[in-house]
Structures are given as structure tokens and as C-alpha cells.
Design a protein around this ligand. Structure first.
Ligand SMILES: [Fe+2]
Ligand SMILES: [Fe+2]
Length: 187
């Protein structure tokens, strides 16, 4: 096993499903990188580390996140790991590019004006082969041809899913959706 994989998979050793998920994200991200002309090594690193701090305690997240960030998102703790994961990677490997760190930071629902690498990591996370639902297959098939179509479809289906459980999507998630819907209308 490569050294970097050892770092990640040792940390996730009590979460075999997360390890399989991470491997699936790597597979799809590298494939999409090859198809869409994005550096495959960047795709690999961002995918490998995207859920690195997923199971960290709040105390561990606090090493990387400000009190303000923790307080503001205390009922959205799923937002801790993208940000702390990026900073943990930067601490271990200070030369990691901002592009890779941002792709980790924004993997939950991408962001307006996302880079191709951001889009690839967001999409690969939603449609890697261990995600068995029909929507995941549709996202994957769209992504082979068009990252923007896949991203928009993934955002829309995720928000529908949240609303179907009588929950509210995050305002930044809505903002991102509107950005890409508007972009498509203006094409
Ligand atoms: Fe994640
Ligand atoms: Fe993930």
C-alpha cells in the first residue's frame, strides 16, 4: 500500500465502509480527471483525503477550526470534516496546493464558480460505485460527458432528498444550486 494510503486507511481502520467509499471516490475521481483533463494526481490526493477527519471528535476538529466556525455550525457537524480535513492535510504536507485543499473543503455541495477539480471530487463522492441508488448511476453517467450537468443533477437530487425528510437544506447549498441553475439558463 502506498504511504499516503496507509496514513488515511490507518486512521479510518474502524470504519471499513468509509475505506471502501474512499477507494470508490478515488476510482471515479481519477477516471473523471482523465476524461476531463484535470491532473489525475490532484484528483487522487483530494479523493484520498476528502473524508480523512470524518470521525474526529469535536476536540480533534478544534485543532483546525475556529471557535466561531464550531459555534456557527454546531448543529451541522457534517460541515466540520471538509474544513478540518483540508487543514489536517496541509499540516502534514504544507506544499499541498490550494486547489487540492479547496476540493476537499467544498466536497459537501461544491460552491459557486467551482473549479473542475472541486466538481470532480463533489461528483465522485456522490456517485462512487458503493453508492447503489439509481440517482448515483445517473450522476456518474452524466459526469462522463458533462461535469456541470452531473453537478446540477446531484445538487437538485440531494436537496429533494433533504426536503423529503422534512429537513432544510443549508442556505449555502441553496445558493450554490441557484448559481448553477442560473448559469445553465444563461448558456
Ligand atoms: Fe465527506
Ligand atoms: Fe465522502
Amino acid at each position: 500500500m502506498k504511504d499516503l494510503e496507509k496514513i488515511v486507511f490507518d486512521k479510518l481502520k474502524d470504519h471499513p465502509k468509509r475505506i471502501n467509499h474512499t477507494k470508490g471516490v478515488i476510482q471515479v475521481a481519477v477516471e473523471l480527471g482523465r476524461i476531463h483533463g484535470v491532473n489525475e494526481h490532484d484528483c487522487y490526493i483530494a479523493a484520498l483525503f476528502h473524508d480523512y477527519t470524518k470521525y474526529d471528535s469535536v476536540i480533534e476538529h478544534r485543532k483546525y477550526l475556529s471557535d466561531d466556525f464550531i459555534k456557527k455550525n454546531h448543529n451541522k457537524t457534517y460541515l466540520y470534516h471538509p474544513y478540518s480535513g483540508a487543514l489536517a492535510l496541509k499540516e502534514m504536507f504544507p506544499n499541498t496546493s490550494e486547489e487540492v485543499l479547496n476540493a476537499i473543503r467544498y466536497h459537501t455541495w461544491a460552491r459557486p464558480n467551482a473549479t473542475k477539480l472541486d466538481k470532480i471530487i463533489f461528483i465522485a463522492d456522490k456517485c462512487e460505485p458503493n453508492r447503489l441508488h439509481e440517482e448515483a448511476r445517473k450522476i456518474y453517467n452524466l459526469a462522463l460527458k458533462d461535469l456541470d450537468e452531473a453537478l446540477l443533477y446531484a445538487l437538485e437530487s440531494n436537496i429533494k432528498h433533504i426536503e423529503s425528510k422534512n429537513l432544510f437544506p443549508h442556505p449555502d447549498q441553496i445558493k450554490t444550486l441557484i448559481y448553477y441553475q442560473t448559469e445553465k439558463e444563461n448558456l
